[in-house]
Design a protein. Structure first.
Length: 427
């Protein structure tokens, strides 16, 4: 169960009347700056319950968001969506191919790709992450760097021509070959030649395709049966700390058909194929116990230790829960405890957002009000891990299904995914 306010609908209605197009360069600049802020994100989940926030809160939140994002957000859906399947490559037109030799870039490359941080010179210095993006005719690195025209003169070949850039001379040319995994979730670029050393230091190497269903996020989207790395989440960074993307903070293996549908500084989500909504593995590095005098408020309880031991004791003490005996675990370098949880059928608490149905609130975050607000309803089944991060903090890894049948059918597979995880602290 995830509770959130209704600000999304208010903003969507306002933005529908706004401008729907803007120059690519302006959009990339706005989006890149928005991405760089380590914001507390609301999970993009299908809700079981909803509530109405006060009108004043909606108006203030909408106004603040408008001032922060401006018209850039209005174009996110139109400009940032990427196809979930390989699109048909259109024939080049006179307008689209002006100034570029050869056919447009293959549809298989028209995505964002995330990878290990390219920090070694001569890579550009004005960066804190490594994301490359292709359209049919254009290439950028981290939003505004290494802007180039691109074409594919032959299969599995990409030719670059630099636009005005601080790191390349205009019209610097580069040629690369590329190869991919069977499902093209992983791409490797191999340098043939490049007049621009900075671009050569960035493009060559391995990348993961970012085909996120959320156009505001660079999560990976559909996955093959393989090993993958996270990009944005860093469990060791406290909320509000000096965060930047750290590729490979967590690695994991998945069977075919799973998807990564959210990757934020303190949240990550994986979903299995064909499962009902609200089914998946959720990681929270900023989950807090909530005060029990009125748990519907999801107000953080700072008196409860957030270590694995503290979180396990908290869950074990809550009325309204049926919990298995805690099992000690060590996963990927982190130690802690594991429980299976369900709501006690005798529990009767309802909240303003639960439509008159019983609900057992579990976790919030450091902020009261809208934000992380997680709990169980009568049918939900979960398996939860609490893993010590040190410094009175733990990582909550939570597999959830909306009913017992779905849970029983997926819990072994989900457990194998969690047990494959490797957690790498910062150096």
């Amino acid at each position: 169960m995830k509770r959130q306010g209704n600000i999304d609908g208010v903003l969507e209605a306002w933005f529908l009347d706004g401008p729907m197009e803007m120059p690519d360069r302006l959009f990339e600049a706005v989006f890149d700056q928005v991405e760089r802020v380590p914001q507390r994100r609301l999970s993009r989940l299908q809700l079981r319950f909803s509530d109405m926030s006060p009108t004043a809160r909606l108006l203030v939140a909408a106004g603040a968001t408008i001032l922060l994002l401006g018209v850039g957000v209005a174009a996110v859906g139109a400009l940032r969506s990427t196809p979930s399947t390989v699109p048909t490559v259109p024939a080049p037109s006179a307008s689209s191919s002006a100034g570029v030799a050869g056919p447009p870039v293959a549809g298989e490359l028209r995505y964002g790709f995330v990878g290990e941080f390219r920090s070694d010179p001569p890579a550009p210095t004005a960066q804190d992450r490594s994301i490359i993006r292709f359209t049919d005719r254009d290439f950028t690195y981290n939003g505004t760097l290494l802007e180039s025209e691109v074409s594919s003169p032959s299969a599995n070949t990409v030719v670059f021509r630099s636009k005005q850039s601080a790191d390349c001379t205009t019209d610097d040319e580069g040629e690369y070959t590329w190869s991919g995994s069977p499902g093209l979730t992983k791409i490797t670029f191999t340098l043939v030649s490049d007049d621009c050393d900075a671009r050569a230091a960035v493009v060559a190497g391995d990348w993961l395709r970012a085909d996120c269903p959320d156009p505001e996020n660079d999560c990976l989207g559909p996955l093959e049966a393989d090993s993958y790395s996270t990009f944005f989440i860093d469990p060791w960074i406290r909320a509000g700390g000096p965060w930047h993307p750290r590729f490979g903070a967590i690695t994991y293996d998945v069977p075919a058909g799973w998807e990564n549908v959210a990757d934020y500084p303190s949240e990550y989500k994986l979903t299995p194929p064909g499962a009902p909504a609200d089914t998946g593995i959720f990681l929270f590095s900023e989950a807090w116990p909530v005060k029990q005098d009125d748990p519907c408020l999801f107000a953080p309880d700072g008196t409860v230790l957030r270590t694995a031991d503290g979180m396990a004791a908290y869950v074990g003490s809550l009325p309204g829960l049926l919990a298995t005996e805690a099992r000690d675990v060590t996963i990927g370098g982190l130690s802690g405890h594991r429980f299976d949880l369900a709501m006690d059928p005798a529990w009767t608490l309802t909240c303003s957002f639960s439509a008159g149905l019983p609900v057992r609130p579990l976790y919030g975050d450091a902020s009261s009000g809208d934000g992380l607000a997680w709990g169980l309803n009568a049918d939900t089944r979960t398996r939860s891990w609490f893993l010590d991060l040190g410094d009175n903090r733990s990582l909550v890894v939570h597999f959830e299904a909306p009913d017992a049948t779905t849970f029983d059918g997926l819990v072994d597979e989900a457990t194998a995914v969690v047990e494959s995880m490797v957690f790498t602290p910062p150096e």
